[in-house]
Design a protein around this ligand. Structure first.
Ligand code: CTP
Length: 401
């Protein structure tokens, strides 16, 4: 649920630092990449070796690595992170952050980060309710920092009261909820078609194409990572979806893909047609395997139904439709015609002339043309990155930003 999220976990000098070991484990288990920064005092409570092993990353603590003459760039870290979580955070670090003091790597990183900051305080009851701490926490909240309130209970001092750092499982849940609340496509239902279709000639042969399904699957993952419920209508490929928000419907022929697309489009918010649907299918397929003969074999083909075209005709005003065009010549003009003939909101054009584009590759170079003829050209990128560009365009369409 935190797949692909980059999190800085700051640890400060509190007895609750032992809980950050469980926390880092839980975050990593959820798919996050975690880089731990410890204050010098935190290392008195839990060892960097423990945190490095559990986070699968080197623990950062000092400005410099004197042995190899390198420095740890708080600026790079600040740009890298999707979230900075400081747990446990002491009254001392809270006070310094509230006043912009930056005399260790954790504090300089705090001042540099562009991402949201979440803090989970841990301290003695009297320290927590001291007006200075109350004021400092309010100051941090006024900067937009999110506070996970400590819970009540027995404290390390032996006193009872509010000051125990919240349990790692609860902190994890709050982090997941936080990222979920940012997901723009939450509860949207989106169809993606992917892969080739196989048009049967006889029980062992088919007419097909080289589509690997990689582009469609990458789009499905990106949509699901943004909170959408995805119906992935897939032709025969050797891929499986990862995100549990993706429901895969396996189909083989263009007719099966047509039937599934019509069925699910009815209640969907939109569809992205990334499949390489066969344009022709044999007029008839035999039940028995065709025997080899001495004469030529003529295979009569008839056109398949245009799935995108049919969805375009049925499209309601609150539904979107995105098509793909793989062209070899007259690319832009052909793509523009398809926007009109299939009633698309935009089309993703890839040209077979571009190196690294099209079937089987892990990369793609696309041009997006929308129904107002606005043209956006993109660089050659990994299909996972191309999927982000396409999903961003879908979001701007759905939310008119
Ligand atoms: N498409 C579809 N059903 C078909 C053929 C294509 O839904 N039977 C969709 C593709 O998934 C793609 C878009 O239509 O999103 C354009 O596909 P393309 O093969 O480029 O266009 P065609 O309409 O088949 O036209 P042509 O092959 O003649 O260029």
């Amino acid at each position: 649920m935190l797949n692909g999220k980059k999190i800085i976990l700051g640890v400060t000098g509190s007895i609750a630092a032992y809980k950050s070991a469980s926390l880092v484990r839980l975050l990593v288990k959820q798919g996050a990449t975690v880089k731990v920064i410890m204050t010098p005092l935190a290392k008195e409570f839990i060892t960097p070796v423990t945190m490095a092993t559990l986070s699968q990353n080197t623990v950062l603590s000092n400005f410099f690595n004197h042995d190899n003459g390198e420095w740890n760039s708080h600026v790079d870290l600040g740009i890298w992170a999707d979230l900075m979580l400081i747990a446990p955070i002491t009254a001392n670090t809270i006070a310094k952050m509230a006043n912009g003091i930056c005399d260790n790597l954790l504090l300089t990183t705090y001042l540099s980060v562009r991402c949201p900051v979440v803090i989970a305080p841990a301290m003695d009851f009297d320290m927590f309710k001291h007006p200075a701490t109350v004021k400092n926490i309010k100051t941090l909240q006024s900067y937009g920092n999110i506070v996970i309130e400590p819970s009540k209970g027995e404290l390390a001092s032996g006193l009872q009261g509010k000051g125990r750092m919240e349990e790692p499982e609860i902190i994890l849940k709050k982090i997941i909820d936080f990222f979920d609340s940012k997901k723009k496509l939450k509860s949207k239902k989106i169809i993606v078609t992917a892969g080739p279709t196989y048009e049967s000639i006889d029980p062992v042969r088919f007419v097909g194409n080289y589509s690997s399904g990689k582009m469609g699957y990458a789009i499905a993952e990106e949509l699901a990572n943004n909170g959408a419920n995805v119906i992935l209508i897939s032709g025969p490929v050797s891929l499986s979806p990862i995100n549990s928000n993706i429901t895969k419907i396996d189909v083989k022929s263009a007719q099966e893909m047509y039937d599934a697309s019509i069925k699910y489009f009815e209640n969907a918010d939109g569809a992205i047609m990334a499949a390489a649907v066969a344009d022709f299918t044999p007029v008839s397929s035999t039940d028995n395997k065709l025997k080899r003969g001495k004469n030529n074999l003529n295979l009569e083909l008839k056109p398949t139904k245009d799935i995108a075209g049919e969805l375009g005709r049925n499209k309601k005003h609150n539904q979107f439709l995105v098509g793909f065009a793989l062209e070899t010549n007259n690319e832009i003009e052909n793509a523009k015609q398809k926007i009109v003939s299939k009633n698309l909101d935009f089309i993703v054009l890839n040209s077979l002339k571009d190196k690294g584009s099209g079937f089987q590759f892990d990369t793609n170079k696309i041009t997006i043309i929308d129904k107002n003829n606005k043209i956006e050209k993109f660089e050659l990128k990994l299909k996972t990155q191309v999927a982000k560009d396409i999903v961003n365009k879908v979001q701007s369409l759905m939310f008119k930003v």
